[in-house]
Design a protein around this ligand. Structure first.
Ligand code: NAD
Length: 372
């Protein structure tokens, strides 16, 4: 049977799937520009040895929905460079600069940092072709991971969501899986609002203390390169035992699919606030919904980072970025959770409807935009 060349095509996109190959420079990459109805597409550049065209398309579509839900003047895209991100620095710079030159004419795609790339890589791309987001502060960037843009957005989403699941943020017990750029800043901002961090984990284990962990001390401990489980202020737990820690708000901030049919029933909380992208399988989200546990979906709750990138691209300041994140996260979380409640939908269904409507409206405003 002939290969279906358009197997990803639907009413939204993708507009372009571009295969980039430069044998001399060791460059192999794919760019998917999914939808640009709202404006030039922003999406991360991932560097990994095992990435597929399908994964790139799914990530690009997720960016279309995330950017639309956030009301940004940007469409969605994603790129993947097939290479080991741990390669020697000089080789990495050459590959990334070659990638930048290869996407010069793809003017409707603005790259940002993702797994395996960082703000330095974005600076190289900007140096070559004049466009990238997530840049170092020294060249006008707003370092979104350093300032905790996504963690801040999660704390605003939690503030809105508390009323929808009978939790009071003041005194709420929070458990966070993954204590990197997203997790540690979520802990910082939520405890500022009166929440108590009772458990946190990294890839090597967890620490738990029902009376509350000292967030500043835990951040310092982690930044010193120590495993979280060795933190003196808590009791160590192994593996994914953090899934079963009793709390009010459970935050995945690490890997995809960490909540699955085989472990989701161990969750003992009232809200799952999704910091990571696709942290729960479809079945796991269904079981949570059936148990009355409120799920605040990833592309609504974790949009702080891309909103920050969009503000940077428009020439805004760090203070402006925080203000825009707060405004958009507050409005969008409320819109999604209200719709889910009023129309008896799962929050993800309400979020997809909201984002889809915004993409279709943006498409209808373009000359050839209407989906057929
Ligand atoms: P990061 O690399 O800074 O931190 C990830 C953390 O997860 C680390 O502490 C790591 O030790 C831990 N971890 C890895 N595997 C784990 C496991 N099995 N159990 C427990 N902890 C584990 O990454 P990040 O930037 O914080 O991103 C975390 C997630 O959030 C990713 O899914 C990312 O795609 C998503 N995300 C990030 C942003 C952002 O602004 N950085 C925005 C939206 C979504």
């Amino acid at each position: 049977m002939a290969e279906d060349l358009f197997r990803f095509a639907d009413g939204y996109g993708p507009e372009k799937i571009v295969h980039l190959h430069h044998p001399g420079l060791g460059l192999k990459a794919i760019v998917v520009v999914d939808n640009t109805a709202a404006g030039p597409a922003i999406g991360g550049t991932r560097m990994a040895a095992d990435v597929s065209v399908e994964e790139c398309f799914r990530l690009a579509r997720a960016m279309t929905f995330k950017n639309a839900a956030a009301g940004l003047s940007h469409g969605g895209a994603k790129s993947v460079i097939v290479a080991d991100p741990a390669m020697p620095a000089a080789d990495k710079e050459q590959v990334i600069r070659a990638f930048a030159v290869a996407i010069r004419e793809l003017a409707d795609y603005i790259p940002g940092p993702d797994m395996g790339t960082d703000e330095t890589a974005m600076a190289w791309i900007r140096d070559e072709i004049g466009r990238a987001v997530g840049l170092p502060r020294e060249i006008g960037g707003i370092p979104l991971d350093e300032i905790g843009a996504t963690g801040f957005g999660l704390s605003i989403a939690a503030e809105v969501a508390q009323a929808f699941c009978g939790v009071s943020l003041n005194g709420a017990q929070v458990a966070i899986q993954g204590f990197g750029a997203v997790g540690k800043h979520a802990a910082r901002f939520l405890t500022r609002q009166g929440a108590v961090l009772v458990a946190a984990s990294d890839s090597r284990g967890a620490t738990v203390n029902p009376d509350g962990l000292d967030v500043a001390a835990l951040v310092a401990h982690k930044e010193a390169g120590e495993p979280i489980a060795a933190f003196a202020g808590g009791r160590a737990l192994a593996g994914d035992a953090i899934v079963g820690v009793a709390c009010d708000i459970w935050i995945p901030a690490a890997r995809p699919d960490v909540l699955r049919a085989d472990n989701v029933d161990r969750l003992d909380c009232r809200m799952v606030l999704q910091g990571a992208n696709i942290p729960a399988t479809v079945e796991a989200e269904e079981r949570l919904h059936a148990r009355g546990i409120l799920v605040v979906p990833d592309f609504i709750a974790n949009a702080g980072g891309v909103i920050c990138a969009a503000v940077e691209h428009a020439g805004g300041t760090q203070a402006a970025a925080f203000a825009v994140i707060e405004e958009k996260l507050r409005a969008n979380t409320a819109a999604v959770l209200r719709r889910a409640r009023d129309e008896d939908l799962k929050p993800r269904e309400a979020a997809v409807l909201l984002a889809g409507e915004r993409v279709r409206t943006a498409m209808s405003l373009r000359r050839w935009g209407r989906a057929r």
